[in-house]
Design a protein around this ligand. Structure first.
Ligand SMILES: CC(C)(COP(=O)(O)OP(=O)(O)OC[C@H]1O[C@@H](n2cnc3c(N)ncnc32)[C@H](O)[C@@H]1OP(=O)(O)O)[C@@H](O)C(=O)NCCC(=O)NCCS
Length: 118
């Protein structure tokens, strides 16, 4: 059961309320040993290093528990804080996905970051 339905979503919470979230989406078939990471944190809590700490702990656990060899993330190219979080958490920039998303009506690039453990 747990192998078919591993926990891949976690809330980030104080004792009072949920203030963020982090998740990974495992791939399928030939991509079954890879997963894509996503996360957010409520604005009052930005700039304290919390997301960096969370990304490190969550991805360490995901590699170990799910047997993954690669975790990737695709922040918008203009999202400097998110890119910084990934770099501090040991991800490497692999490329630029040009015109890969539409955000608030604007076509935008994403950057491809990944952390690999073989
Ligand atoms: C991106 C986000 C998760 C960052 O969380 P956080 O807890 O504030 O991140 P941290 O404090 O761990 O690290 C932020 C880093 O970005 C840097 N940073 C902040 N604003 C910046 C800017 N405008 N330009 C460059 N770097 C910036 C900080 O200085 C810090 O780096 P440092 O430790 O080297 O000084 C948070 O802003 C968020 O949830 N944003 C909205 C959702 C989102 O963008 N999710 C990610 C989708 S890929």
């Amino acid at each position: 059961m747990s192998q078919q339905h591993p926990v891949t979503v976690c809330a980030i919470a104080t004792r009072q309320e949920t203030i963020g979230g982090i998740s990974i989406t495992p791939g399928q078939d030939v991509h079954r040993l890879t997963a894509e990471l996503g996360y957010w944190l409520a604005e009052p809590y930005w700039g304290r290093g919390w997301m960096t700490e969370t990304v490190i702990a969550f991805t360490d656990d995901a590699f170990a528990r799910l047997g993954l060899v690669r975790i990737s993330a695709e922040p918008y190219a203009w999202n400097a804080p998110s890119c910084r979080v990934l770099e501090k958490a040991g991800f490497f920039l692999e490329g630029r996905l040009r015109a890969s998303a539409v955000k608030d009506g604007q076509i935008t690039d994403q950057l491809l970051y990944a952390k690999v453990r073989i």
